[in-house]
Write a protein that binds this ligand. Structure first.
Ligand code: AP5
Length: 210
């Protein structure tokens, strides 16, 4: 099954992608993680991406579309995949439609802006494997240490409240129109994203009928 996860920054796409990936044994393609890895390694992509990510803006469509095309060509995507954070604009969705791949379901996780801002301030990320935690809602077993790989947990630079506000503005202007785009294709499933993480994941799995 080929799945797209839509939603505002901090709506829980990454959290739900991980749970779904474990359940369905599908790879996660997170453009945010690919870009963050490039920033860490200082590659050419990382150099180009830095100013956009730090300002809470989207990278130019052509750059991200090329990254995703290349990733979807890898053999582990043959039996399905979970796209987390792509597409984010209408041109990105149109580029995906041009490929010889059918998107089966688009899960939109809906959370209001106020809750998003509170979630982002408590988010901590493993600097080694990228796993996501929250200081209140999704605590690691040991403070400051990743449950999976024992890496150190850090705060993302773009989780600063002012940057989060800009990311939300960009989301409402550029990404939210994708809901109508996929509704017209009869692929959109809206999931109410407030409440317990495991309960939300049950709703996602039941909506996917897997
Ligand atoms: P990206 O990493 O994709 O950022 P994002 O969409 O803003 O997504 P996040 O990772 O912030 O949120 P999430 O929904 O995954 O939330 P999470 O599960 O962690 O992209 C980063 C940047 O890269 C972009 O700003 C842009 O510059 C660039 N970029 C990426 N893709 C691009 C594209 N396609 N085109 C152009 N540029 C692109 O949850 C958040 C927190 O809440 C966590 O702490 C979590 O533990 C907690 N939480 C989760 N669920 C719940 C719950 N139910 N209740 C309470 N807390 C919860």
């Amino acid at each position: 099954m080929n799945i797209v996860l839509l939603g505002a920054p901090g709506a829980g796409k990454g959290t739900q992608a991980k749970i779904l990936s474990d359940k369905l044994s599908l790879p996660i393609i997170s453009t945010g993680n690919i870009i963050r890895d490039a920033l860490k390694s200082g590659s050419e992509l990382g150099e180009k991406a830095k100013s956009f990510v730090d300002a809470g803006r989207l990278l130019p469509d052509n750059i991200v579309i090329d990254i995703v095309k290349e990733r979807l060509d890898q053999p582990d995507c043959e039996n399905g995949f979970i796209l987390d954070g792509f597409p984010r604009t209408i041109p990105q969705a149109e580029a995906l439609d041009m490929l010889d791949i059918t998107i089966d379901r688009v899960i939109d996780i809906e959370v209001d802006d106020e809750e998003i801002i509170s979630r982002m301030s408590g988010r901590r990320i493993c600097e080694k494997c990228g796993n996501s935690y929250h200081l209140i809602y999704n605590k690691p077993n040991v403070d400051g240490v990743c449950n999976t790989c024992a890496g150190a947990l850090i705060q993302r630079k773009d989780d600063h409240p002012d940057t989060v506000k800009e990311r939300l503005r960009v989301y409402h202007n550029e990404t939210e129109p994708l809901k109508l785009y996929y509704k017209k294709q009869d692929k959109l499933i809206i999931i109410e994203g407030h409440g317990d993480i495991q309960e939300i994941s049950k709703k996602v799995i039941s909506a996917l009928e897997v």
